[in-house]
Design a protein around this ligand. Sequence first.
Ligand code: FAD
Length: 304
Amino acid sequence: MNKYDVLVIGAGPCGISTAISLKKAGKKVAVIEGSTPGGKINIAPRVDNYPGEHEIPGPDLAFKFFERLNNEDVEMIPEFVKSISKEGDNFVLSLDSQDLEAKAVMIATGTQERKMGFANEDKLFGHGLSYCALCDGHFFKGQDIAVIGGGNVALKEAIHLAGLAHHLYVIHRRNEFRGSLKNVEELKAFPNVTILTPYVPVEFLGEEKVTGLKIQNVETKEEKILEIQGLFPLIGQIPNTQFVENLDILDEYKTIPVDKNMMSRLPGIFAGGDVLPRIIRQIYLAEHDGMVAAKGILAYLESK
Ligand SMILES: Cc1cc2nc3c(=O)[nH]c(=O)nc-3n(C[C@H](O)[C@H](O)[C@H](O)COP(=O)(O)OP(=O)(O)OC[C@H]3O[C@@H](n4cnc5c(N)ncnc54)[C@H](O)[C@@H]3O)c2cc1C
């Protein structure tokens, strides 16, 4: 079994900044990434609120992060981690094809989109239903589609889709949006966008593919059917922490609380970025956590 000082799980901004700092400090470190290096910004049509860039397509920024990792010659292992167990002072990570051992572990696995919970949701996924506008938006060029949600992720995905769709409906359960005023104004400026508030979805319509969305006004209880071919529920995220449920490091929201050194309640297991309990999830926070965690990990290794 290959042994490391530190194994970092997730090659998003948090994992990458942790790994670079540890590598520079001379530690034997590898990053394990089950999907696309660069992390979630790969699916962001546009990144802003990031001081180093004005506005940049998410995949371009993700590639820059990945290049940084390569420039530092950090080992990448392209697999998902399935579980972690504590063996003496160390940790054993089970991947699809191998087990790996480390003295310390950094969990930087981010989040995935929350589902609405309708019975036909899984069946319609990939048949008009998507959780990623950048990945799937082009399939709906010239069609009528709907976005559900009112945060910045939903608004930005809606802005991207408005440029492709024949007509775009944005459904949000409150009259006020959680996302920034700038994004709301930009969305409202599209002539082909109808914003419907305060409405909630009550049914996804369609057997084999999406044919419509039934919505209900939260105040009047009036129902409407929107005839659409594409549907993007963007109602928040759930942390990617299922693989560490056995470690007793999660809170009630399945996020990972940490101390000021980014260490979880299990010594040797650190976490940062979007998997932490927080209201704002942004790249600069993820990078910050990565840097702080690297320092905390070095101190932990020193103390052993
Ligand atoms: C549409 C959209 C727009 C956004 N716009 C902005 C913006 O403008 N500005 C901004 O600052 N932020 C923005 N964000 C948020 C930003 O992308 C996140 O805050 C940031 O990527 C979090 O970094 P992270 O490293 O914590 O996690 P992530 O970037 O999510 O990376 C986690 C990585 O871990 C991998 N992983 C998960 N589980 C496992 C496992 N078991 N084994 C191995 N690998 C695993 C995942 O594949 C992923 O690559 C946006 C997000 C979205 C979706």
